[in-house]
Design a protein around this ligand. Structure first.
Ligand code: HEM
Length: 545
């Protein structure tokens, strides 16, 4: 399949395809049969050389009714395909937006090594992929490195669409990340928030605080507590380092993933050995956690609301009917999936939101006014009951996710059966990326798209991110939409409200707001290039307990 697609693509974009038949020149150069008889041999050969490609071009055109109409794309090189276009243009979501503007504003076909990739860059194309043809595009590509990592226990995040994924998706939406379970973890969130506030308060007024690091700790500790019931994840820092290293290999850009049919790529690349080493070490940590949970007295996990994710998964493993048993390997993958999907996305969103507020002091003032008026007298701090009244704060979070969706290109999908999308053919097996970042900044759908303006979400009928408005899709849409939205937003809104309530904020050394560097870095959740160092001045005392 790959072979077939890439061959077509190369032909389509090769110089033969690009230089359309210059008809007048061909007509001038085409002699009559009588003339041909007088021509010397080399001129005849030249004529043949001109006519043969023309013949093929016309015969392809005549076959047009049955031929595939593939999405357009820029010119490709042999072997590497379009990778050079990306290498020359900085971060992938920006490079692909720029390429799409010139070559395929809705759909664009690229080739990464051997792998055909379609990029959807408009709300119309995103709607086709994630609503009209949702079932056909609901799978994920399984690259050689993913296969090595999962070894049959695919989990949920990167799992191809099938019965095993469906079962785990149900476990996620109905058990692990249901509204009731998110609510049950409220004391954990509030406790971790207190730690965050105390660490900021301890430094405030005296030295700048690294908020980027504080956010990472807050989200990671709260997520770990939800998963394993304790913040004592053995080898936590080593684990986080491994996760980072793993995500640097996994997004399909290693040599074996770019050339899946090549054994040489597998032999030359260091990725397979790294994947296996990470797999061994990370699963060892998971084994320890699972064993501890199995060894616990049943009474310890008796109360439904006290269960952590591992308790739930082990309970379901016992209860599950035998058609799709929940294997221990699968439980480990789900633990890793949830940790990986939750931590970077939520902490990066918090980081961007605070950075935008610092860069836009009037917006910061307005959000603080709302928070302080609304929370005045309520237990002296931010609690989750109060969040429902913070309409402007919610708009701040939405605007931040519009400008800085952590998953800029969502999570890759794969086309399972050939589909015609907006009049163009997407062959089965094609990887599909949706450029959510470009869609959120598209001037055809957003006024002044690069400006941070939460007010745009205050208007009635404003867009929402729950998968119905395809101009705004930071959590994706359709059957693979993020099931952790409520869990993530609960952390983000609570922390923002509390930080705006208790402190006033400025940049170290009196740096003017507009000089805050907002450059993005390459990373699994597209973080800011530099950590966010800030000065916090206490306004409302942080309660002791
Ligand atoms: C700001 C926070 C977050 C953002 C922006 C985000 C974004 C996304 C996106 C774009 C996808 C892919 C959707 C698609 O393919 O259409 C996704 C999938 C997923 N997310 Fe999130 N996410 C966030 C937080 C979380 C949290 C906190 C959790 C878990 C606690 C989580 C768990 C998952 C899982 C398990 C999937 C895979 C779903 C599947 O493939 O069926 N996410 N997320």
């Amino acid at each position: 399949m790959h072979q077939h697609c890439s061959t077509r693509l190369w032909f389509k974009n090769s110089s033969v395809g690009a230089l359309q038949p210059p008809v007048p020149i061909v007509e001038e150069a085409t002699p009559s049969p009588a003339m041909a008889a007088d021509l010397p041999l080399y001129q005849l050969l030249l004529l043949l050389l001109l006519l043969v490609p023309l013949f093929f071009l016309l015969s392809t055109r005549r076959r047009a009714p049955n031929a595939q109409r593939l999405p357009p794309g820029p010119w490709a090189l042999p072997v590497i395909g379009h990778l050079h276009h990306l290498a020359a243009r900085g971060l992938p979501h920006r490079a692909m937006r720029d390429l799409a503007r010139r070559h395929g504003p809705h759909l664009m076909l690229l080739r990464f090594g051997e792998v055909p990739v379609v990029v959807a860059s408009s709300p119309a194309a995103a709607r086709e992929v994630m609503r009209t043809h949702d079932a056909a595009f609901a799978s994920r590509p399984m690259s050689p490195m993913s296969r090595l990592w999962f070894q049959g226990a695919d989990g949920i995040l990167f799992a191809p669409c099938g019965d095993a994924w469906r079962q785990l998706r149900r476990v996620c939406t109905q058990e692990l990340l249901s509204a009731r379970r998110v609510q049950a973890f409220r004391p954990v969130r509030e406790d971790e928030l207190r730690r965050l506030l105390h660490s900021v308060a301890a430094a405030s007024g005296r030295r700048p605080v690294n908020l980027t690091e504080s956010f990472k700790t807050y989200i990671a500790d709260s997520t770990v507590r939800a998963i394993i019931g304790s913040r004592r994840l053995r080898d936590r820092d080593a684990y986080l380092r491994m996760l980072k290293g793993l995500f640097a290999i996994m997004p399909g850009m290693s040599l074996p993933d770019l050339f899946p049919s090549s054994r040489l790529a597998m032999l030359l690349s260091r990725a397979p050995a790294s994947i296996l080493a990470y797999r061994r070490s990370m699963r060892l940590i998971m084994d320890g956690i699972i064993q501890e949970h199995r060894d616990r007295t049943p009474a310890a996990a008796d109360d439904d609301d006290e269960e952590d994710f591992v308790d739930v998964l082990l309970r379901l493993q016992k209860e599950a009917d035998s058609q799709f048993p929940l294997t221990t390997e699968n439980i480990k993958t789900v633990m890793l999936d949830i940790f990986g999907a939750s931590t970077e996305t939520s902490s990066t969103t918090l980081d961007w939101a605070m950075a935008e507020l610092l860069r836009n002091p009037r917006t910061m003032e307005k959000a603080q006014r709302e928070v302080r008026q609304s929370l005045a007298g309520r237990r002296g701090t931010a609690t989750e009951d109060a969040l429902a009244d913070l309409h402007y704060l919610r708009c701040v979070v939405k605007e931040s996710l519009r400008l800085h969706p952590p998953a800029t290109m969502l999570v890759p999908r794969q086309c399972q059966a050939p589909r015609r999308v907006l009049g163009l053919d997407v062959p089965a097996g094609t990887t599909v990326l949706v450029n959510a970042w470009a869609i959120g900044r598209d001037p055809a759908h957003w006024d002044d798209p690069d400006r941070f303006s939460p007010e745009r979400f205050e208007r009635s009928g404003a867009r929402d991110f729950r998968g119905a408005d395809f101009e705004f899709i930071p959590f994706g849409a359709g059957r693979r939409i993020c099931p952790g939205m409520a869990f993530g937003l609960a952390h983000i809104e609570l922390a923002l409200a509390a930080l705006l309530l208790h402190f006033d904020w400025s940049l170290p050394g009196g740096t003017p707001a507009e000089e805050l560097d907002m450059t993005e870095a390459f990373g699994i959740a597209t973080p800011r290039r530099h950590d966010l160092w800030v000065v916090a001045v206490p306004r409302v005392p942080v309660p002791e307990n």
